[in-house]
Write a protein that binds this ligand. Structure first.
Ligand code: ZN
Ligand code: ZN
Length: 340
């Protein structure tokens, strides 16, 4: 079978290897599709701080069970699944309290160890989630959607709350939809890319605001009035986005950091202190967030139609990366087909 190894920045090579053998406790996945996300692009460009080369990329996956080991129950050949790609130790304090996403020895498939840019993958079924009834391409979006759900849950109970998401790209859009699905009273998403805002509107997000015309603070004032924003989630992760968020926050607002910052950011601490603003980090998801993601897609509470910009066959993987580099404003999600 073929697998695609990123051995150094911009160096992505196909290798021919045997189909992996499974143990009695594993299942063999036939990979259908995997999605390319912002962190894959950072890895491809050599800008990802926490990864290790060489690695088989791909952590947003849609696969079919090819066969199961004799001790495996609950999964049957032909079933559509996705993978929760976190490998955690189970021993550290975060693991002991169920926050596997911040395990002190966390390894992510496709980032720190091999992922799904391959035709077959042997895996322990504890990492799987059944996607029965979902579209096989859209199942690649369950992982990024779980990020959005995990992010919103960092704010706690959303009843009566106004939530603003800065950045209307894949994660921003899915986070905004998650905030609506999880019961926020009003949800706004902002960006300077009108196409992404138009798409957010199509996905049913109530307030989609272009902040090249109005400041974030004024937009919150205009649409949310006195209550302003209880929660602001940074999915843009730039010095500028963070500065505008801190300026727009109200006393006792929560700011959640979900996007990947590439450089340190200076914070005016007295603003945080005197307004009792909570600055909250967020990392990926836990198992229930994945389950919620699948449930919300199945129920139609979260809309993924139109999300996939295009599908590339695996042997054109480099072309897919080049397309994203050249058209960042036009891409929501590119998926790669491993079976063409
Ligand atoms: Zn990702
Ligand atoms: Zn751990």
């Amino acid at each position: 079978m073929k697998k695609f190894v990123l051995s150094a920045p911009y160096t992505l090579e196909a290798e021919d290897v045997p189909i992996p053998e499974i143990t009695d406790d594993q299942v063999l996945l036939r990979i259908g599709y995997f999605g390319i996300c912002g962190s894959d692009i950072q890895m491809y460009h050599g800008l990802h701080k926490y990864m290790t080369y060489p690695v088989v990329i791909g952590h947003e996956v849609s696969a079919v069970i090819e066969k199961t080991g004799k001790n495996v129950s609950g999964y049957t050949p032909g079933e559509l699944v996705t993978v929760e790609p976190q490998v955690f130790c189970g021993e550290c304090w975060p693991c002991k309290i169920g926050r596997f996403n911040v395990c002190q020895h966390l390894r992510v498939m496709g980032v720190h160890q091999d992922g799904f840019a391959c035709e077959y993958f042997a895996i322990d079924p504890c990492y799987l989630h059944s996607c029965k009834g979902l579209d096989s391409k859209l199942a690649t979006l369950i992982e990024p959607l779980a990020v959005g759900i995990g992010s919103v849950k960092r704010a706690g109970d959303l009843a009566g709350q106004n939530v603003v998401i800065v950045g209307a790209g894949t994660i921003g859009n899915l986070t905004a939809q998650s905030a609506q699905a999880l019961g926020a009273t009003r949800v706004m998403v902002t960006d300077i890319n009108q196409k992404k805002l138009d798409y957010a509107k199509e996905c049913g997000i109530e307030y989609c605001v272009n902040t090249s015309d109005i400041s974030l603070s004024d937009a919150i004032d205009k649409y949310f009035g006195l209550q302003r924003a209880d929660v602001i989630i940074d999915c843009a992760a730039t010095r500028g986005s963070f500065a505008s968020i801190l300026e727009a926050a109200r006393p006792s607002s929560k700011i959640i950091v979900t996007g990947n910052f590439k450089a340190p950011v200076e914070i005016e601490m007295p603003v945080l202190q005197r307004q009792e603003i909570s600055l909250i980090g967020h990392m990926m998801y836990v198992r229930e967030d994945f389950a919620d993601a699948i449930r919300f897609v199945a129920s139609g509470d979260i809309r993924l139609a139109g999300f996939i910009t295009s599908v590339y066959p695996a042997d054109r993987l480099k072309e897919a990366f080049a397309f994203i580099d050249e058209n960042p404003d036009d891409v929501m999600k590119i998926v790669i087909s491993m079976q063409e």
